[in-house]
Design a protein around this ligand. Structure first.
Ligand code: URA
Length: 200
């Protein structure tokens, strides 16, 4: 983790950070993955979404949240007028994950794997400089806040690096558990209200 801190700190912009992550040798997941999945959407967006790790589709395409869960995420964002491809920066989002490499068979990342990438994710947040963070599921909640229990904590604003951070249930969970969609909708409305509120 000390090496990760040094590598992350040395990255002066997003391109340098992406290169540093792709070159970071101390994570074995890199050997089983095709692509280092860095981010998608627009840097400079007001909202930055942090997920867990690439799955099969993400690994193949090299972009986060492009599989089934990603398509649901896009529909959720569209419902409050946000999009990763919005030309209007006020309506854009920026998307990343805790891990840039796909874990084998999409298993849950270990705490150690996540800890290794937290310095990179924190640097990523600082460089992208969003107003608001969304933590998608338990993995970013645990990695960035040391808390667990997304079903209990979803919808409760926290703070990460001085920015408001909203834990939400992961879209992959919503695909498996449609009854959880109502609560996720409330969280989306809370996010939208925060963006519409005047002032910082
Ligand atoms: N699930 C995630 O958490 N991230 C992705 O990029 C895809 C699925």
């Amino acid at each position: 983790v000390a090496e990760a801190h040094a590598a992350a700190r040395g990255a002066g912009d997003l391109a340098a950070l992406a290169a540093a992550m792709a070159a970071y040798p101390h994570c074995d997941l890199r050997h089983g993955a095709r692509n280092c999945v860095f981010a998608d959407g627009q840097p400079g967006a007001r909202v930055m979404i942090v997920g867990e790790a690439p799955g099969r589709d993400e690994d193949l395409q090299g972009r986060p949240f492009v599989g089934r869960a990603g398509r649901l995420l896009d529909r959720m964002l569209a419902a409050i007028g946000l999009s990763r491809s919005a030309e209007d920066i006020a309506r854009a989002v920026y998307i990343t994950n805790i891990l840039p490499w796909r874990p084998p068979e999409n298993r849950r990342p270990t705490a150690q794997e996540c800890a290794m990438f937290v310095p990179f994710v924190e640097r990523h947040i600082a460089l992208a400089d969003p107003e608001v963070l969304v933590l998608m599921g338990n993995t970013p909640l645990q990695a960035l806040l040391g808390e667990s229990g997304i079903l209990r904590l979803r919808g409760q604003w926290r703070e990460v690096l001085g920015r408001p951070a909203l834990p939400m249930t992961h879209p992959a969970y919503l695909l498996r558990t449609p009854s959880a969609k109502r609560a996720a909708w409330e969280d989306l409305l809370a996010l939208s209200a925060r963006l519409d509120a005047p002032g910082p």
